[in-house]
Design a binder for this molecule. Structure first.
Ligand code: F3S
Length: 581
C-alpha cells in the first residue's frame, strides 16, 4: 500500500496571503479583529484564528469597533462602503484574483452589458460578484439549462464570467453552448490557475491510483469539487477534514491511493494526515529499517541533534577565539540549547502549538512524562556547569536560561498591555530570530572567553558576530521553510515581517556577506586561518535556502537533522584544523 500526495495539495496563493495578513495584524493590534464571514472555508483555520482572538461573524451589525477583515472570497462593494462609513479600520484580504473578476463585472455592468456568472449562487464569492454589478442585470447559472431559462435576447451584449473555483470543463461546455447564439458575447476566463492546476493534477493522479483521499473543509467548494472529479472518474473517494477521520477507512484493498487537498487546507492538517498514512506504509517496511528511522526521528524530535550542533558550534567559537576548548563547556552549551528547545515546547500555548511539526507534537504528547525532566534537568546541569566555570559564566547562563524560559510566557499583565504594547517577549516583532541568535551566540562564546588566560577582545567581537550570524541565518531559514509549508509563523519571525521573497534575498545577502567578512578578517589576520574554510562552509547554506522552495517534499524532522548536521560539519572542520595545525 502506497500513498501519493499531489504536488499542489494545500493552500493556494490567495488563502495563504489572507491568513498571513490577518495573523500579522493580530500581533500588532490591541483592538478586536473580526472577519466578516469565515476568512477561508476551513473550520480548523477558523479555530486557529479564534485562538488568536480573531472573531468571525456573518452579521454586519456585530462589527462596531476595531478592525474588520474582508474574507478571501470578497464581499459586495456596498458592504465595504458600509464598514468604512462606520469609521472601522479595514483589512481587505480579498484574493487579488477574485478582486480582478469583481472589477470586470463592475466595469462591464456599468457599460450596459448583461453579466452571467457561472457558479454557485450561494457561494460568498458569487454573492460578492453579483454585488459588484450594483443592481444592474446580472444572473447566476449552474448549467446550460439554467442559462436557457433566463430567456435572454440574442442581441443582448453579454459578458460571461466564472466563479474562480468553478469546474473548467463544465464552464467550457457552457461557453460552447452560448457562443453560437450570442453575437455580442464576451467570454472571460476567470477560473483561477491554482484551481485549474489542482483539478488537472487530480485527474492525472487518478490515472495512476485506485482510490483517492481528499483533505479539506466540508464547506469548501473547491475541496468538494476535487472529490467530485475523482468520483466521476469512478474512483472510490473519501473526503476528510482531519487525520482522526482516517481510523474509519480501510485502505487495504488498494495498492496505491492518491491524496490531495483543497486550496483552503493548511499544511499542518495535510502533514498530520500524511504522517498517519506514512505510518501505515511503514508497517509494511522491514522492522529494522522502521526502528532505525524512528530512532533518528526521536533524536531530531527531542532536539538532541540540535544540542550536538550547538556544542559543535561552540567548539568553532573557541577555535576562532584561539582558546583551549573544554569538554564541560561543550556539555554546557549543548545542554543549554537542548533545554531551551524542550522547555519552550511546553510553555507554548494556543496558536503556537499549530506551528510545530505533527510528528514532533505527537512525540511530545506521548513522552511528556520524561521530556519535562529532561528539559528541566539539562537546563539545571548547564547552569551548574556555568557555576563551575566561574561567576561571570554562571550569570550569563542563568540570565540566558531565565529569558529563554520566559520567552513564551505572558509576563506583562493584561492591564499593562497599553503601556508595554506586548505581553510576552514573543509578541515583539522578529524577537524569535534575534533572541535565539543572541542567546545561542552569547552562551557559546562568552563563558569560555572569561575563563581563558588570554583575552583578545577583537577576536571576541568577531567570533560573537560570526556565531550570531550563523545561528540567526539558521533560525530565519527554519521559519521561512515553516512558512513555505503553511505552518503559520507569527510576527516574532523575520519571514512574516519581510515576506518570503525578501527574506530569501536577505538570507542570500547575509550568507555572502558573512563569507566575505570571514575572507577579509582572515586575510587581515584578525581571525585565525580556520576562517578560510569556514567562509566556504557558510556558502553551503545557499543550498538550505533553496530547500525552502520544496517544503512539501521534505519532512520537517529530516530538514532539522540536515540543518543540525551542517553545524556539526563546522565543528568537525574546526577539529580537523586544530589537529592539522
Ligand atoms: Fe484566489 Fe485562486 Fe485561491 S482565486 S483564493 S488563489 S483558488
Amino acid at each position: 500500500m502506497k500513498f501519493v500526495l499531489a504536488e499542489s495539495a494545500g493552500f493556494c496563493f490567495g488563502v495563504r496571503r489572507a491568513v498571513d495578513m490577518v495573523l500579522s495584524e493580530s500581533g500588532s493590534r490591541h483592538e478586536r479583529i473580526t472577519t466578516y464571514g469565515p476568512l477561508v472555508h476551513n473550520p480548523q483555520v477558523i479555530e486557529l484564528l479564534k485562538l488568536r482572538d480573531i472573531g468571525c461573524t456573518d452579521n454586519l451589525d456585530d462589527i462596531r469597533s476595531g478592525m474588520a477583515v474582508i474574507r478571501t472570497h470578497g464581499v459586495p462593494p456596498p458592504v465595504i462602503e458600509e464598514l468604512s462609513a462606520r469609521g472601522l479600520a479595514l483589512l481587505d484580504a480579498t484574493c487579488p484574483k477574485v478582486r480582478a473578476v469583481q472589477t470586470t463585472v463592475e466595469r462591464q455592468a456599468a457599460e450596459g452589458r448583461t453579466i452571467v456568472i457561472f457558479g454557485d449562487a450561494e457561494h460568498p464569492e458569487v454573492v460578492g460578484l453579483v454585488g459588484a454589478a450594483r443592481g444592474r442585470p446580472c444572473f447566476v447559472v449552474r448549467d446550460e439549462a439554467e442559462f436557457d431559462a433566463l430567456g435572454l435576447s440574442p442581441d443582448a451584449p453579454l459578458t460571461l464570467v466564472a466563479q474562480t473555483t468553478a469546474n473548467r470543463e463544465r464552464y467550457q461546455q457552457l461557453i460552447e453552448h452560448v457562443q453560437p447564439k450570442f453575437a455580442r458575447l464576451e467570454v472571460r476566463h476567470t477560473i483561477c490557475n491554482a484551481t485549474e492546476l489542482k483539478q488537472e493534477e487530480v485527474r492525472d493522479l487518478a490515472k495512476h491510483v485506485q482510490a483517492m483521499l481528499v483533505v479539506g473543509g466540508r464547506n469548501s467548494g473547491n475541496t468538494r469539487r476535487l472529490a467530485a472529479i475523482t468520483e466521476e472518474l469512478g474512483l472510490p473517494t473519501w473526503q476528510i477534514e482531519v487525520a482522526e477521520e482516517l481510523e474509519g477507512i480501510d485502505f487495504t484493498p488498494y495498492d496505491k491511493v492518491g491524496v490531495t487537498a483543497g486550496a483552503s487546507t493548511p499544511s499542518w492538517i495535510i502533514d498530520r494526515v500524511m504522517t498517519r498514512l506514512r505510518e501505515l506504509e511503514e508497517e509494511e517496511l522491514r522492522p529494522g529499517r522502521a526502528r532505525a528511522r524512528r530512532l533518528l526521528e526521536a533524536l531530531a524530535a527531542t532536539h538532541a541533534t540540535t544540542g550536538l550542533a550547538a556544542g559543535s558550534l561552540a567548539y568553532v567559537g573557541a577555535a576562532l577565539l584561539g582558546v583551549p576548548f573544554r569538554f564541560d563547556f561543550f556539555l554546557l552549551v549543548a545542554l543549554y540549547v537542548l533545554s531551551m528547545h524542550v522547555l519552550n515546547r511546553f510553555t507554548e500555548t494556543g496558536v503556537d502549538k499549530f506551528r510545530d511539526d505533527p510528528k514532533r507534537q505527537t512525540f511530545y504528547r506521548r513522552h511528556t512524562l520524561w521530556l519535562w525532566p529532561v528539559g528541566l534537568g539539562s537546563g539545571l546541569v548547564s547552569i551548574w556547569l556555568g557555576f563551575h566555570l566561574g561567576v561571570i559564566p554562571f550569570l550569563i547562563v542563568l540570565a540566558a536560561s531565565i529569558v529563554g524560559v520566559l520567552y513564551s510566557v505572558r509576563v506583562v499583565p493584561k492591564s499593562w498591555m497599553g503601556v508595554f504594547g506586548f505581553r510576552r517577549l514573543k509578541d515583539l516583532a522578529a524577537s524569535k530570530n534575534v533572541f535565539i541568535a543572541s542567546a545561542w551566540a552569547l552562551v557559546s562564546i562568552f563563558p569560555l572567553f572569561f575563563v581563558a588566560e588570554t583575552r583578545d577582545w577583537r577576536r571576541l567581537i568577531l567570533a560573537f558576530l560570526f556565531l550570531f550570524m550563523v545561528t540567526g541565518i539558521r533560525s530565519v531559514f527554519l521559519d521561512l521553510s515553516d512558512m513555505a509549508a503553511d505552518r503559520l509563523v507569527g510576527r516574532e519571525t523575520v519571514p512574516l515581517i519581510f515576506g518570503p521573497q525578501r527574506t530569501r534575498t536577505l538570507l542570500r545577502f547575509s550568507i555572502v556577506g558573512l563569507a566575505a567578512g570571514l575572507f577579509v578578517t582572515a586575510a587581515l589576520g584578525w581571525l585565525p586561518g580556520l576562517a578560510w574554510p569556514l567562509a566556504v562552509w557558510i556558502l553551503g547554506e545557499f543550498l538550505l535556502v533553496e530547500f525552502t522552495r520544496w517544503p512539501a517534499k521534505m519532512a520537517t524532522l529530516k530538514r532539522d537533522m540536515i540543518v543540525d548536521l551542517h553545524f556539526i560539519v563546522a565543528g568537525l572542520l574546526a577539529l580537523t584544523w586544530r589537529w592539522a595545525g
